[in-house]
Ligand binder design. Sequence first.
Ligand code: AMP
Length: 299
Amino acid sequence: MSLLIVGSTALDSIKTPNAENPRLLGGSASHAAVAASFFTPVNLVGIVGEDFPKKYVALYRKHGINLDGLQNVPGKTFHWSGEYEVNMNNRRTLATELGVFETFNPTLPEAYRRTPYVLLANIAPSLQHHVLDQMKKPKFVVADTMDLWLNIALQDLLKLLKRVDAFVLNDSEARQLTDQDNVMVALKQIHKMGPKYVIVKKGEHGAILSGPNGIFVAPAFPLEKVMDPTGAGDSFVGGMIGYIASQKGTVDSKIRRAMVHGSVVASFCCEGFGLQQTTRVTSAKIAQRVKTLEKLVRF
Ligand code: AMP
């Protein structure tokens, strides 16, 4: 079944200790949409400016992503730049230029409004609300976020948590949101804020789910070389919800496998700059890595 994804559609300039790559295709929605496209049809909602390269539009299309909800308007595309330290975990934001995002008002095409699965990828919570307001009886809604919104839009985010089925955030954000160092205690507190499923991402250490069937720990796929982890979190959540949308059965019966598929797509994302590696992957390669990961954790 199809999946609607709203989030940032960006140009990313990324610096690592070994390389520097300007103006790559990035943004939470781009990473999530490409990741999800391996499993299910995706309806993208976003905004780009006149400087958005045609080759990136072609890349979305190559992945079969529906672009009826991608606005192309006068002005500059959202531009984010960041720099990684030698350990490739610590990242510093160098610049965030909102450009056309400043006036973004995501009005959904009529045909999008009945999409059964919804991913509110990282973007201002007010925009996540606005998209949700236009949806007609979605089956399952997942929201992602970032520390910025905990700092400047906490009330909007807390209201959003009452409207979503699942909430995904990273460990430092969970700590910030709950004032709790212990992730198990933090998970409990976040459930009280609304979501039935809470997933805390822990980077190279995988992700932990708390839901009606208890706790599940999904490993990250162990990599010897990380080129650029930008978008790994978005790829994880995109792959996960894409897998859920593609399979029959209840969410509970498939969410664990879905997290493992998300982990695998995220691992490919880390092996190239921006979306370079993710866009070269095939479903067969994903399936192979899922099998390898399964063997690694079976005991
Ligand atoms: P991640 O590495 O999963 O945290 O996601 C990185 C992506 O987030 C990059 O592709 C950026 O374009 C995007 N991003 C950075 N800052 C923001 C922001 N303020 N709002 C929305 N997306 C952002």
